[in-house]
Design a protein around this ligand. Structure first.
Ligand SMILES: [Zn+2]
Length: 228
């Protein structure tokens, strides 16, 4: 009985330790541009529930020709194929890789499974947009040194964000979102929002965020024009 308890303790200790070791280290994770401009990035996450592009955001950015980057999951890309193909034709739009199915803690996946999550999304993006994605963003930003290195071996740069905008929070009003983002933005900031219907105030707040940042002297660039 005692031996059984010890084995159980060892197993629990192992599980706890593997979670502790999985804490993100951000060794090679890019969180800032190399120039003083600002990047507007949007996550289009889809795991199991179908989600679609938020047209309020898209139509505003396209009408104003503001450079922006969308990190799509393969599942989202497949579901929003037609719209994605259209926007990918615009020279100021960048489409990048956010994995196939948006697993949390991708760093805990076996190497083959992680590779599949990246490469299937890679292929889908390429076949729909005709472009090769260069940047990868881990779902929820969860990664460790080894998983970042694995991505780099697949010729990806891992790009996260400078500070969270908090836009998936249903309690954030458009005004609060604007105030927070404008207050936190510094030269080189990579801003993050959601364009899959999960940024509850983003569509309404975005025009005022862009106007306020421009007034502070910022301009917007795609990641590849940010020296990354
Ligand atoms: Zn996501």
């Amino acid at each position: 009985m005692a031996r059984k308890n010890i084995s159980a303790l060892i197993i629990i200790a192992f599980i706890v330790l593997s979670f502790v070791l999985a804490i993100p280290v951000h060794a090679n994770v890019i969180e800032k541009l190399n120039i003083k401009s600002v990047a507007l990035t949007f996550d289009a996450c889809e795991s199991s529930v179908p989600v679609y592009f938020e047209e309020t955001i898209l139509s505003y950015l396209i009408r104003e020709k503001i450079p922006f980057t969308v990190f799509v999951t393969g599942k989202f890309a497949r579901r929003n194929k037609e719209r994605l193909r259209e926007i990918a034709k615009l020279p100021f739009v960048e489409i990048e890789n956010h994995s196939l199915s948006h697993y949390s803690h991708m760093e805990l996946l076996p190497e083959e499974k992680l590779r599949r999550e990246v490469m299937v999304a890679d292929q889908l993006i390429k076949s729909i947009t005709g472009r090769k994605a260069k940047y990868f963003r881990f779902p929820e930003g969860d990664c460790d040194e080894k998983s970042v290195e694995r991505l780099e071996r697949m010729h990806y740069k891992v790009v996260h964000w400078t500070f969270p905008s908090g836009d998936p929070d249903q309690n954030i009003t458009p005004e609060k979102l604007k105030q927070w983002v404008v207050f936190k933005t510094k030269p080189g900031s990579i801003l993050i929002f959601h364009i899959n219907g999960r940024g509850y105030s983003t569509g309404e707040a975005l025009p005022s965020i862009v106007t306020a940042l421009r007034r502070k002297g910022f301009n917007f660039v795609k990641l590849e024009d940010g020296g990354l």
